[in-house]
Design a protein around this ligand. Structure first.
Ligand code: SF4
Length: 356
């Protein structure tokens, strides 16, 4: 057995014995593999598991996804974040149905042209679903290979050319999906960032960092500083209905629905910001506003503090395709940013308690 085959067979044998049983690992259906790989980007395995099951119940095939309105797709995705991923899945499903009879193409160059298919997703689907010799690099693979080669420096994309050269030589000609998944699993379970478990590692004989005793923490680029964002939100009520409106189709949290309001500028009180925002957004004045609740939500790069007021407007904005008055029970039908979804849940509790 040469060095290349002993590396890949040690790795894949270990994977066969130790891989976590995850729902997307029991299928070869390219659609299901695609969905799992997109969901797993920027999101932990535990967070993805319930979303993956729900998604496949509601959209079991590419055709079902293509037929669904975007609003429903965003609603099912609500809470996973990075909503552009859901929009790209929807767009790609339409193209797959129009050009490939509802089946993902197996050619990497065709996959690569679909919305949302970067090098990672293309390599993952091509290798796991179609057993093609495509390599993939994610954060786990990058860290493992940097250690195998004892590379210096930050674990960022500047390392990827050398990592790619290594992977091209190491990847076997068959069971490439197993090889790729095994490398990622090794990074998740054994070659961990802070405490690599070298004694349990199936490829320690191939690891330069282990041999040199330098399997130290690999520095990551510093994360951007998390910023606090204070936002004033207005709950406008007319009878038993509440006003929500749709965000623009571009930019942050595009196409999601939310209560009116906006960022509190420097020097403003939340009430002043609310008055200004409602005037700018809806051209209405409010007579009173009463603090209903404060809600916090963490996004990747910022933290929002939502100051939520119940408002008494002097006049009511008219409904529109992007502005709706809805009873509380129907608010949950609309895709919302997680902070607004928390407001709806708490509002529902307030209403339920007042009925008891
Ligand atoms: S021997 Fe240690 S540092 Fe090297 S790949 Fe295995 S776990 Fe990582």
């Amino acid at each position: 057995m040469n060095k290349r085959t002993s590396f890949s067979s040690n790795l894949t044998d270990w994977y066969g014995r130790n891989a976590r049983r995850l729902p997307w690992r029991v299928t070869r259906d390219p659609y299901k593999i695609w969905i799992s790989e997109v969901m797993l980007q920027q999101t932990t395995v535990n967070a993805v598991i319930p979303y993956y099951g729900k998604w496949l119940t509601i959209f079991p095939t590419v055709e079902d996804l293509k037929r669904a309105p975007l609003e429903k797709v965003l609603k099912v995705w609500q809470g996973l974040g990075y909503y552009q991923r859901a929009k790209n899945l929807h767009k790609a499903a339409r193209i797959i149905c129009a050009h490939y009879e509802g089946k993902l193409p197996s050619e990497p160059e065709k996959l690569r042209k679909l919305p949302g298919f970067g090098p990672y997703t293309t390599g993952a689907v091509a290798s796991i679903a179609f057993d093609l010799p495509c390599t993939i690099i994610d954060a786990n693979v990058r860290r493992v290979v940097m250690r195998l080669l004892a590379l210096d420096g930050y674990a960022d994309t500047s390392q990827d050319q050398r990592i790619e050269e290594f992977l091209q030589k190491a990847i076997p000609s068959r069971n490439t999906g197993t090889f790729n998944q095994a490398l990622m699993e090794l990074g998740a379970l054994i070659c961990r960032n802070r405490e690599p478990l070298c004694l349990l590692c199936p490829v320690k004989a191939h690891c330069a960092a282990h041999q040199k005793g330098i399997q130290k923490i690999i520095p990551k680029l510093k994360k951007k500083i998390i910023q606090d964002l204070d936002v004033a939100i207005g709950i406008l009520q007319r009878g038993n209905k509440y006003l929500i409106q749709k965000r623009p189709s571009r930019g942050l949290l595009a196409d999601l629905w939310e209560f009116p309001g906006g960022k509190i500028e420097k020097g403003e009180t939340p009430q002043e910001a609310l008055k200004r925002e409602l005037k700018e957004e809806l051209d209405i004045d409010i007579t009173t506003s009463r603090l209903l609740m404060n809600v916090r939500h963490f996004y990747t790069q910022f933290r929002v503090n939502l100051h939520v007021f119940h408002c008494q407007p002097k006049s009511y904005p008219r409904p529109h395709s992007f502005r709706k008055w809805l009873p509380i029970s129907r608010l949950t039908e609309y895709p919302m940013p997680s902070g607004n979804a928390k407001i709806v849940a708490r509002l529902q509790k307030v209403i339920d308690n007042s009925r008891e």
